[in-house]
Structures are given as structure tokens and as C-alpha cells.
Design a protein around this ligand. Structure first.
Ligand SMILES: [Zn+2]
Ligand SMILES: [Zn+2]
Length: 225
């Protein structure tokens, strides 16, 4: 088997430490070297709600979301947005290498056990992005592990997001609608995105779900920038 990132051969004999901890890998998409270049989030100096860097127990962003949108952020992530992660998303998302969607299956499978939810759903791409890329990069990344329900639709109104200032971005009207579905309002929903930055996208998706009656929501992204 070859590493999906650097193409070096992966030895598929289980490693001793994995055998000793009964932590035998489910898949072997990444070699040890490439895996070691991704950086997991440590539990020191982070916001208790969003896992972002913070000297306070609750960061300014999370306080703002509570004040302006009445959202109590409850977010989990695994990795930091470092250079290796940036390079991964460049190849996967922008160059459209769909094979790379399964790179983190093993890590996601392990982390899933820590999350308490009934139904998992995701922040969808806008239609225009889907048409351009040919796949929804968030859906492809998580569906194998989380069996995603398609509950949300993104309205195609806000391109050039990155050209806006932080203040403009957080105040932009939300752009999600909840689709007709059979899911009970009492379900614990896990709402998933690829990267959490200001929390704006996921907060607005969460608000749309709240409005449709879903109040028990935990959010998750592979990466916290
Ligand atoms: Zn590698
Ligand atoms: Zn926070």
C-alpha cells in the first residue's frame, strides 16, 4: 500500500504500539511521516467552547456569537490548520483530488467515539461550487464514517467571501435553508464542516437548524484554524 500524500510504501504489518494498545489501524492511507506533520490540538490555552487559541476560558468570538446570534458554541476539532493541512486542502479541495477525501478516515473513526449524537449532518457546498468541483468536499470527507443526512441547503448568494472584512463576514445574512425531512426535533444533531475559523458559517447553519426546531446541536470540524 502507498501513502496517499507522498506515495511511499506503507508497511501493512500492524505496528507494535498499535497491537499493545489494541489500536490496530482501520486503514493505512498515510505513512507515519506524513501523519506526524499534521498537528493535533492540545488541551492547554484553548477556548472551552470552540477549541480556538485563547487565554480566557471562553474566547471573544464565542461571547460574540452568544450575544449577537444567541448561539452557545459547542465545537470539537482534531487538527490545527498548519502548513501541512493547508497543502492538503489545496490538493483536495482546490485541485479536486477526490481520492484524498479518505485520508483521515482512521482519525475520524477514532474521534467519533467521543461524540454524543443521534444524527450527523453537514454544511453543504453552494451549488455553484459543487458544479465546479463535481463533488461536495465536506460530504465526501465525512460520509463514510458518519453516514450523513442531507438536512441543509446552501443558497448561492455570497461569493467572494474572502474579500470581505471579518466584521462584514460575521454580519452577512445567513444563507442556509433546512430541507424537508423525517428527523425528530429531539434528536441530538452533529453538524459537521471542514474547517472552523470565525465560526460564522457553522453558526449560521446551526441557526437555520435551530429555527426548524432542532435545539440539541454539537458542531465538529476536522480542522480548527
Ligand atoms: Zn507519506
Ligand atoms: Zn471560543
Amino acid at each position: 500500500m502507498n501513502c496517499l500524500l507522498c506515495n511511499s510504501i506503507i508497511n501493512d504489518i500492524p505496528r507494535w504500539r498499535d497491537i499493545l494498545t489494541f489500536n490496530i489501524p482501520i486503514n493505512m492511507e498515510l505513512c507515519d511521516f506524513c501523519l506526524s506533520r499534521f498537528q493535533t490540538i492540545e488541551s492547554r490555552n484553548i477556548c472551552l467552547r470552540c477549541m480556538g487559541n485563547s487565554n480566557q476560558s471562553i474566547c471573544g468570538n464565542c461571547i460574540m456569537w452568544e450575544k449577537t446570534e444567541n448561539i452557545l458554541v459547542n465545537h470539537k476539532s482534531i487538527f490545527k490548520y498548519n502548513l501541512q493541512m493547508k497543502e492538503y486542502f489545496r490538493t483536495y479541495k482546490f485541485m479536486g483530488d477526490v481520492e484524498l477525501s479518505r485520508l483521515f478516515d482512521n482519525e475520524l473513526e477514532k474521534f467519533k467515539k467521543q461524540l454524543d449524537f443521534d444524527i450527523a449532518t453537514f454544511v453543504p457546498n453552494a451549488r455553484s461550487h459543487y458544479d465546479y468541483r463535481g463533488f461536495d468536499h465536506v460530504f465526501e470527507m465525512y460520509n463514510r464514517v458518519f453516514k450523513l443526512e442531507c438536512m441543509l441547503e446552501k443558497n448561492d448568494i455570497e461569493d467572494f467571501q474572502s474579500r470581505k472584512s471579518f466584521k462584514e463576514r460575521v454580519s452577512t445574512a445567513q444563507s442556509f435553508t433546512v430541507k424537508q425531512n423525517q428527523i425528530s426535533e429531539n434528536s441530538k444533531i452533529l453538524l459537521i464542516d471542514d474547517i472552523y475559523t470565525s465560526g460564522r458559517t457553522i453558526t449560521h447553519a446551526q441557526k437555520a437548524l435551530n429555527k426548524a426546531g432542532y435545539k440539541k446541536i454539537l458542531t465538529f470540524s476536522l480542522v480548527r484554524s
